[in-house]
Design a protein around this ligand. Structure first.
Ligand SMILES: [Zn+2]
Length: 155
């Protein structure tokens, strides 16, 4: 097995969102009380119904260049602990249909490696991507709306 780490939003970015109320696109963050599944990109856990969450545009970095995209994301409005675990798939990936996308060192998409998976069974797909020497990193998105969930890197 290839050791891996699911990498969440950086704590500095989460803090900046909470403190400034402005997202990476210059929009005002939308604050609301969670009333439906709202996956936090910092702790990589699902916001519990009734928790305050912020909705905004996150410029999550790689892939840069041709494949670069921003993503709408939720983050807990109050402080939460950053997800820091080795070889663990976080709740917000496990509990939904996900799109797994592998990229090479030039930030080009490796179409033959990526696929859609039920999050409960995503381990084999992550291993297929990370086990291929062309892969530099993997991003996981929600399969239906396509929102960014987290990056996956070899540990
Ligand atoms: Zn959180």
């Amino acid at each position: 097995m290839v050791p891996f780490r699911c990498v969440p939003m950086g704590s500095a970015a989460a803090r900046r969102f909470r403190e400034t109320g402005i997202d990476d696109g210059g929009n005002h963050l939308h604050r609301q009380v969670a009333d439906h599944p709202s996956p936090c990109r910092h702790c990589l856990a699902e916001a519990v119904r009734g928790e305050a969450v912020l909705l905004g545009s996150y410029h999550f970095g790689r892939p840069n260049g041709i494949y670069w995209t921003p993503s709408p994301i939720w983050v807990h409005a109050e402080g939460c602990g950053r997800f820091e675990h080795l070889d663990r798939v976080p709740e917000i990936v496990r509990n939904r249909l996900v799109s797994v996308r592998a990229y090479d060192a030039r930030d080009f998409c490796l179409y033959d490696l990526g696929d859609v998976s039920d999050g409960r069974d995503v381990d084999a797909l992550i291993q297929r991507c990370l086990g291929d020497s062309r892969t530099d990193f993997v991003n996981i998105h929600t399969a239906r709306p396509g929102c960014f969930l987290c990056r996956v890197e070899r540990a």
